[in-house]
Structures are given as C-alpha cells and as structure tokens.
Write a protein that binds this ligand. Structure first.
Ligand SMILES: [Ca+2]
Ligand SMILES: [Ca+2]
Length: 279
C-alpha cells in the first residue's frame, strides 16, 4: 500500500477548475489503442485489433471487432470488445456494452491478464463510478481489481449464479476496499488500472461486463517534490527545474499551464502554497 499512501497524501490546491468525464463505452474506439487515456492491454501492453473475433469459431452473426492477439487461435484471450449485439449464444449484456473475456490456459496461451488502463492526462481529483457483472452463467468466475498507481486498492469477484447481472451490477464501491479508494487526488501520468484475471478455481475464463466512468477535475499539486508537504522546498524544486536542473519527480514545470516554464509558474506555485486556487 506504500504507493497508494503516497498518492493520497499529495497536497492539492483547493481551487478548482474544470471537470471532465471519461466513459468507457462512450469513448470506445476500434481504431486506436491506446485511445486517449484508455488502453486495452495484457499485463499493461496494448493489444492489437482484430476485425472479427471468433470468426471461424462462431458466436456472432456479424463480425465482432475486438482488441486481442488473434481471432481464432489459442492466444485469442484476453479479449476486449464493445458488443455489436449480434451474439448467437445466451449472454447478459446489450449492444454497446464493453465486454472483456479474461484469459486462461486454454485460449490465452502465453498471454497476460486483461487490464484496462486509464492514465491521468493531468493532475486531477478523480472519482470512479460504475460496476461489473459476469456475462453469462456457465459455472465460471472472474476477479476484478482496481490498481491505482501500482497499488491494489479494492476488488472482488463475479461468478456464475451470483446475484449480480445487467439489472444489478456489482458496484465498484462494494469491493473489499469500500468506496474510499474510488476518489482521490493524483498527478498526471498516474495509471488507474482495472485488472480482470480469471478467478482462482474457475474452470476457465469468461466474459465480464464493465460499466466504468472516471470523472476528473483539474487540480494542481503544489507538492512538486512529492515529499508530502507543500512548502518552500517545492518552490526551490521548481526554480531548479526551470533553470535546467534535475526533475526526479517528473513534474511538468509549466505549473500554470500557459505553455512556458518561467517566473509566472513560480509565482503561481507560491500563491497555491499560500492557499490560492490553482493558477
Ligand atoms: Ca513538497
Ligand atoms: Ca507557465
């Protein structure tokens, strides 16, 4: 939990600015991966696109595009898709839902765990909404874990026969970590990851349906040297970075976001440390 503590202890300026909402379904792309802040990966590595997942093996009456290593081979898991609604088997999701098939040793040979990554595009206060359910009832189980900045903060399991469904998703807030970890402040570049491994003991992987929205509010994090306090040390840090010095915490020295790193950023930082809104 060390990284998690570090993230949540970041001191953010109180002022706030603009909000932006990112919805997994609405933002879906079959053209690009990563797609903006989203990426569909095995163990964090973005997967290539296929035009018709299980084209030969069947299951869809119309070609179902997906992100996966192959269409029909034994490395076709994990798989990420936005359903085209032409499934020919019993399932509990609607056209337009984002569905993941977790990997397993049968059809994910040599492959990694299904992971949806969302990388914060700016310093932000984040709020994570939504939930998951198993896509069909054939005796299998899939785990979900929310991993923020490398630390697992909450998670759970959906299983064939459990009470959760499209009509009653398992909310992320009902994970073992409760609702607390679903909001916080984190710097640009922090990865919010939803990992979807096949549950231990499940005979194989299965479809899990994801309803996920991440709301962001721009904020600024005056604790530029990431030592847990916003103070003169951060002003010194920024002055040094702007002067061409080392930047071990990897901050963007353009603190006020006007496109240049200069005295205006130092002034903005001093004001923010004193309690003013983000510049
Ligand atoms: Ca500091
Ligand atoms: Ca600036």
């Amino acid at each position: 939990m060390r990284t998690c503590v570090a993230i949540f202890s970041l001191v953010a300026a109180s002022g706030l600015v603009q909000a932006q909402s990112f919805n997994l379904q609405a933002d879906w792309s079959d053209a690009a991966n990563p797609n903006g802040p989203w990426s569909f990966t095995q163990n964090g590595v973005p997967l290539p696109h296929v035009n018709a997942w299980q084209q030969q093996l069947g299951g869809w009456s119309q070609p179902q595009p997906a992100w996966a290593l192959s269409q029909d081979a034994t490395n076709r898991l994990p798989m990420f898709m936005r359903s085209n609604g032409s499934e020919t088997f019993a399932h509990d999701w609607a056209a337009g839902n984002v569905v993941v098939h977790s990997t397993d040793g049968f059809n994910g040979q040599g492959d990694g765990t299904a992971v949806i990554n969302f990388t914060l595009p700016f310093d932000a206060t984040f709020n994570i909404h939504g939930g998951v359910w198993i896509g069909r009832d054939i005796g299998r189980s899939v785990d979900w874990n929310l991993v923020i900045g490398g630390s697992t903060v909450t998670g759970g399991t959906v299983s064939s026969g459990d009470p959760y469904s499209s009509a009653n998703p398992l909310p992320f807030a009902s994970g073992f970590g409760g609702a607390g970890p679903l909001s916080g402040v984190a710097p640009a570049g922090t990865v919010i990851a939803l990992t979807l491994p096949t549950h231990g003991g499940s005979p194989a992987g299965d479809f899990i349906v994801i309803d996920l929205t991440i709301d962001l509010q721009h904020t600024c994090i005056p604790d530029l040297n990431r030592d847990g306090v916003a103070d003169q040390g951060d002003v010194d840090y920024l002055i040094n970075v702007i002067a061409g010095g080392a930047n071990p915490t990897g901050i963007d020295p353009d603190f006020n976001g006007d496109g240049v790193a200069d005295q205006g950023d130092i002034d903005g930082l001093i004001n923010a440390i004193a309690g003013a809104p983000c510049p």
